[in-house]
Design a protein around this ligand. Structure first.
Ligand code: FAD
Length: 360
């Protein structure tokens, strides 16, 4: 196949919060879009993974969306209107952001694989072959949903869905749904689904509810813990999984409605439901796995050194640098998997990678 070839210095893969922040700083530090750096993204539109979020996720139900550097979110939309859908507002913001800084993102362009040849990284997609001296990989986690393995999963005749598949609660009407998971998504979806049908909530560990509102100190501690892990080459935990769940009015209401009765994980999946260790069984039409995401890093397999436990040894000011391949940075991975974390990680990645490559 005759692919279009293009040479640049730094390839930014992914145009979500982390990729756009990195692009902002690359530009600020003197690189020019095109010959200096390029941005590639698989999704059809601006917005990173936000374009796929369910319609009921509004500006009042998200945790918080931090401004990208150099342009405020509030400038682009009425952020005080709690009914505004995150899946519309954030993509609109990113779209204006890309235009303001003239980022000209290549999309939709899925990077299939990245390999190294004579000190250049080759970034291969179906129609183009880019080459670069360094990579800022900001591909997030949305494309890599995680579902744990349980015996019998293949026997189940109902539907197994993941957070990623959720669109509206109405879809579940008349079906019995087993909601798995103790994170924010699990609780939010359980709330909505339990208003239209019967549910059973199962979690691996007892869910941790936090009396206090989410405060910055709790957030910082959680991030520090995840950063500590990746600096040792351990697989990261999700930042949210260590912050606990706020006792919001929504959660209080769920308690009152009796839908927060939590069961431990079942031990196997059967033809028509699930079964616990003590022999108790329950029929279900749907198992909804809210069991998180992992880094979407498959395309980096040939160039990304992994530890024996599957983790990646990270280094650098904010742990965005791959210790054993400092020409690759991973903003948005591990401790920086939040909009604020991705902002800072993008800045660190841009600056450190330019240092490593002698581009400053
Ligand atoms: P993404 O936004 O996922 O962007 C990655 C981009 O990379 C995508 O556009 C994708 O198309 C592209 N990509 C992936 N693979 C490839 C490939 N092979 N080739 C080319 N392009 C590729 N964080 C908050 O701070 N506040 C919140 O309120 C909040 N709510 C959340 C709600 C949900 C349901 C979830 C799942 C997460 C939430 N988060 C929240 C975390 C959120 O994911 C991060 O904050 C942040 O937006 C992630 O940014 P990112 O740039 O790392 O990834």
């Amino acid at each position: 196949v005759n692919k279009i070839r293009y040479k640049t210095k730094i390839a930014v893969i992914g145009a979500g919060q982390a990729g756009l922040s990195a692009a902002y700083y690359l530009k600020k530090l003197g690189l020019e879009i095109g010959p200096g750096f390029i941005i590639l993204d698989e999704a059809p539109h601006p917005g990173g993974a936000w374009q796929y979020r369910w319609p009921s996720l509004t500006l009042s139900t998200v945790n918080r969306i931090h401004d990208l550097p150099g342009m405020s979110f509030a400038e682009t939309i009425d952020t005080s209107n709690p009914e505004v859908q995150a899946s519309l507002a954030v993509p609109h913001y990113y779209d204006l952001y890309e235009k303001k800084f003239d980022f000209r993102v290549y999309r939709p362009l899925k990077v299939e694989t990245v390999y190294l040849h004579q000190e250049r990284f080759y970034i291969d997609s179906s129609k183009t072959l880019f080459s670069a001296l360094g990579i800022i990989n900001a591909t997030g986690t949305w494309e890599n949903p995680y579902i744990p393995e349980y015996p019998g999963a293949r026997l189940f005749q109902g539907e197994q869905l993941h957070t990623k598949d959720f669109k509206t609660a109405g879809y579940f009407k008349g079906k019995h749904v087993i909601v798995v998971g103790a994170g924010i998504s699990a609780v939010q979806l359980l709330d909505q689904i339990s208003k239209v049908t019967t549910t059973t909530w199962v979690t691996r560990r007892p869910p941790q509810f936090r009396e206090s509102a989410f405060d910055d100190a709790a957030g910082r501690n959680a991030v520090a813990m995840v950063e500590e892990r990746v600096r040792q080459g351990l697989p990261p935990l999700s930042v949210v999984s260590v912050t606990g769940l706020p006792l919001s009015p929504q959660v209080m209401d769920m308690k009152e409605r009796g839908v927060l009765k939590r069961f431990p994980m079942f031990s196997e999946i059967t033809k028509d439901g699930v079964k616990w260790e003590d022999g108790k069984e329950e029929k279900a039409d749907v198992i909804l796995w809210n069991t998180g995401f992992k880094g979407a890093l498959e395309h980096l397999k040939p160039v990304l050194p992994r530890e024996e436990n599957g983790g990646i040894l990270m280094a650098g000011r904010l742990a965005t640098m791959v210790a054993k391949e400092p020409r690759i940075h991973l903003p948005g991975y591990g401790p920086s998997a939040s909009t604020i974390g991705a902002n800072r990680a993008g800045a660190a990645a841009a600056s450190e990678l330019m240092d490593t490559l002698g581009l400053k």
